[in-house]
Write a protein that binds this ligand. Structure first.
Ligand SMILES: NC(=O)c1ccc[n+]([C@@H]2O[C@H](COP(=O)([O-])OP(=O)(O)OC[C@H]3O[C@@H](n4cnc5c(N)ncnc54)[C@H](O)[C@@H]3O)[C@@H](O)[C@H]2O)c1
Length: 311
């Protein structure tokens, strides 16, 4: 891509990470594993966090993204701050000619997300949102199957995404689960990945009827959302990840083809167990399962668990 700073293709991209808490720290680690990229700076408004990560990765650290821009050490940045700051940081970086990857969601407001897209176009910089789950092998496989058309006509879809978080998780940051700090609850933070995958697989719905509720947690935003979304055909497509979900106050059980996930809600750290039959049991099954696309989807569901343990 040609940009204000010239062609990037073939170059090692000098990347900065803005917001180096939980996810940003992960980005720093992953960047060090990519041959075509080099971590060159970090930034965090919390001085102790910025210093810790700067020292850990042996790069200059800043407490304000404008200082990082001014230092001229980066071709591109990854933004992993709380949602309401994504847009202003991204636009400042783009106006300075930096390419931007923003964590999901782009913004908690559509109008701000649109401003980000406009700024990227105006400055001719690359701009992406962090939807890394699209590249997970099971998701990529499911997408390839759907895109190839071999799946046939989709006539109905169903998406149930537990995405359970404990109260301890919500209490872990003052910005979490607040309207001003996060812009929403499960719809804003936990579900963007699965909604993105759903739309990639099933198409953009033409209408959505929905409701949200705060049912299980002491938080001000929603921890539950339900929607009915007619497809862009007159049919209701089927891509059922979980034939049976049972959500109860102490546990959630999720039956997927050939496996059972058990989520224990009340354990302090929210543990997840899985039960999968042995290879011998699967071999003895009455019909073949190996090419069953839902099995790929099931693996994806399990992959999202925090502490997955086979029993
Ligand atoms: N892609 C994924 O799978 C994934 C997973 C977890 C979180 N996230 C996203 O990553 C982002 C951060 O989430 P988190 O869980 O890492 O939060 P966190 O609270 O652990 O980290 C956020 C960091 O940003 C810093 N910060 C706040 N405002 C800042 C600013 N203006 N400039 C620079 N630094 C600032 C904070 O001090 C903190 O260290 C959110 O957008 C979240 O939705 C994405």
């Amino acid at each position: 891509m040609k940009t204000k700073r010239g062609h990037m293709r073939g170059k090692v991209v000098r990347l900065g990470v803005i917001g180096v808490g939980g996810m940003g720290c992960g980005h720093c680690t992953f960047i060090t594993q990519v041959k075509q990229a080099r971590l060159t700076a970090v930034c965090d408004t919390d001085p102790a966090t910025a210093e810790k990560l700067g020292k850990q990765f042996n790069v200059p650290y800043y407490f304000d993204h404008r200082q990082l821009i001014k230092a001229g050490l980066c071709d591109a940045v990854t933004i992993a701050t709380p949602h309401p700051s994504h847009a202003s940081i991204a636009i400042d970086c783009m106006n300075a000619g930096l390419h931007v990857i923003s964590e999901k969601p782009l913004s908690e407001r559509v109008s701000m997300a649109e401003k980000m897209v406009k700024a990227a176009k105006r400055n001719r910089v690359a701009f992406a949102v962090m939807f890394q789950r699209r590249f997970e092998p099971v998701i990529a496989k499911a997408l390839a199957i759907v895109k190839s058309g071999q799946i046939g006509k989709i006539y109905r879809t169903c998406m149930i995404s537990p995405e359970f978080r404990s109260q301890a998780y919500y209490d872990s940051g003052t910005w979490r689960a607040t309207w001003t700090g996060e812009g929403g609850g499960v719809m804003m933070n936990q579900s963007p990945h699965i909604i993105d995958i759903f739309v990639q697989l099933c198409g953009m719905p033409s209408e959505v009827y929905g409701r949200t509720e705060t049912r299980m947690h002491r938080i001000e935003v929603e921890d539950l959302a339900e929607a009915l979304a007619p497809g862009n055909t007159s049919f209701w497509p089927i891509f059922s990840l979980s034939p049976v979900n049972l959500f109860a106050s102490r546990m959630a059980l999720e039956l997927v083809p050939w496996a059972l996930a058990i989520f224990e809600r009340l354990s302090p750290d929210f543990t997840t167990y899985s039960f999968a039959p042995t290879r011998a049991a699967l071999d003895a099954a009455p019909f073949a399962f190996t090419d069953f696309p839902a099995l790929f989807a099931a693996t994806a569901v399990f992959g999202a668990g925090a502490a997955l343990r086979s029993t």
